[in-house]
Design a protein around this ligand. Sequence first.
Ligand SMILES: Nc1ncnc2c1ncn2[C@@H]1O[C@H](COP(=O)(O)OP(=O)(O)O)[C@@H](O)[C@H]1O
Ligand SMILES: [Mg+2]
Length: 257
Amino acid sequence: MSELDIRDLHVNIEEKEIVKGVDLVVRQGEVHAIMGPNGTGKSTLAYTLMGHPDYSVTHGQAFFKGQNVLDLEPDQRAHLGLFLAFQYPVAIPGVTVANFLRTAINSRRKIENPEDKGIPIPAFRKLLKEKMDLLKMDHSFASRYLNEGFSGGEKKRAEILQMATLEPEIAILDETDSGLDIDALRIVSDGVNALRGPNLGVLIITHYNRILNYIKPDVVHVMLDGRIVESGGPDLAEHLEAHGYDWLREKTSSVTV
Ligand SMILES: Nc1ncnc2c1ncn2[C@@H]1O[C@H](COP(=O)(O)OP(=O)(O)O)[C@@H](O)[C@H]1O
Ligand SMILES: [Mg+2]
């Protein structure tokens, strides 16, 4: 079983510490949610795991398959079996969803075996069809140009289809504040629910409690001011829904005083 093991991670943006010591283990087969109010460093954590260049790790590691992935390039992280959904996926004019996915699969295969000639087209078509059926997607979606003129929901569909075809061991999804309407939320939730199972670990980062009405995480974490201050089961999300975050702020400030 693979696991992503984040140890005492500290991250700066432009000299300012935003993530202030995060420890977290996500195993294959588990769905974790990180919740928390705006501005507490959730996206910073996600971007750091993705390898975004603006985020500098000042301390800590994130181990996956015996390597500190923070030392790896983003594509190497992906080839190792981490899936990092991009918050704002770029449009690639002239490249269809299918071509993009085949290229992504082939580059992962090539890392595993430099002699690999790529997935045969019939096998790829079969895989793509299976995954689109699993996700209840219209097959015509595969011939669209990636992200060109895509609605928010269609971008999410492309992202989830990418996750389905790449079959990562651990997926990190940052479902942020902006532009995630209820349709997009459902697409992500239904996708994660369709794909969840013993081989997939998910870390879903959100400030919407709402998404947790659709995805039942195994573990819920709360992030406040750059730290995970509370972890629990799905009942923690319900408690937050009813009581907000203030009780945790009080609890954590009384601990540090
Ligand atoms: N590119 C950036 N430059 C400077 N400050 C940033 C940048 N991105 C985020 N921040 C700051 O880092 C803090 C945490 O932001 P973020 O990780 O996006 O929080 P969350 O996802 O929990 O809402 C905020 O105070 C935000 O203003
Ligand atoms: Mg965010």
